[in-house]
Design a protein around this ligand. Structure first.
Ligand code: MN
Length: 281
């Protein structure tokens, strides 16, 4: 029996890239899809992105750190003192103005860790570490001992996302580790390898054997995605423009965030939108 599984990760609100990936994946003849988290933001994808996902036979999903950020923003865990928290509040507001609440209920229900067995081959799926979906533990140049945290005696293949780079390596005992890369937000260090393509992976299991691991990089119209974001009034559009054109995201640049928050009056927006910020006044 042959199983082909498409692995999607780190879409980050880029529905244009997701659409191109789905079109490419359909030519691969996969029977199921696994979703590795970080579905929304900082791109504009909302209900449109959800409807693309709803058409797929998704059989496993895990929750990413950006998914948690949306939930934390909604749950009143963020305030106005921290520029990054204001950014997440404003972007979550944007999302909620364009997305059904049932999607939030679904996000909340997602586990950090999923175990899947395909023809006897045992897979472990987590956005980052099985019990920690954020941080730099699994950056691609880290030591093998870090990657061993993905593995246990019951895992033959570990799949993770989060670092936005396609990766194939082994744990110290020989188990396989796969990262499908990022659909909406690929990162590069080496200039000659830089491109605007959306990344994903396909794995093929035949009679309990792992017979193929395919890393795809699919081109899509990133200028059209940027135009879409502009036409939909995406907040922090300056940063999204740099992400789409330069594949660089300055989400940790507090100075830049503070100046954009000031320029666009985002504090007033979120004060008016979130009740718990109102009561803080
Ligand atoms: Mn991510």
């Amino acid at each position: 029996m042959n199983h082909k599984i498409v692995i999607l990760s780190d879409i980050h609100g880029n529905a244009t890239a997701l659409e191109a990936v789905i079109a490419d994946a359909k030519t691969q003849g996969a029977s199921e899809y696994w979703l590795m988290g970080d579905i929304f933001l900082p791109g504009p994808g909302a209900n449109d992105l959800v409807s693309l996902l709803k058409d797929l036979p998704i059989t496993a999903s895990v929750r990413g750190n950006w998914d948690d950020c949306v939930l934390e923003a909604l749950d009143g865990q963020y305030g106005l003192e921290d520029s990054q928290e204001v950014q997440l509040l404003r972007m979550t507001q944007y999302l909620m103005e364009r997305m059904d609440l049932e999607t939030i209920v679904w996000l909340r229900s997602l586990p950090m860790l999923e175990k899947k067995e395909v023809d006897g081959l045992r897979f472990s799926l987590s956005h980052n570490l099985p019990d920690k979906n954020y941080g730099g533990d699994l950056l691609v140049d880290n030591d093998t001992e870090k990657f061993d945290q993905l593995l246990d005696e019951e895992t033959d293949v570990a799949v993770y996302g989060h670092v936005h780079k396609q990766l194939l390596r082994y744990g110290s005992q020989g188990q396989q580790i796969i990262n499908p890369g990022s659909i909406g937000m690929p990162y590069f260090n080496w200039e000659a390898l830089k491109n605007h393509r959306a990344q994903y992976a396909v794995i093929e299991v035949e009679d309990g054997e792992l017979v193929n691991i395919l890393f795809r990089k699919v081109s899509y119209d990133y200028e059209a995605e940027l135009e879409l974001a502009k036409s939909k009034d995406l907040p922090f559009i300056e940063m999204y423009e740099e992400l789409r054109r330069e594949d660089n995201y300055r989400g940790h640049n507090l100075e830049l965030l503070a100046s954009l928050i000031e320029k666009h009056g985002y504090i007033e927006d979120v004060k008016n939108y979130f009740d718990f910020l109102q009561s803080e006044k």
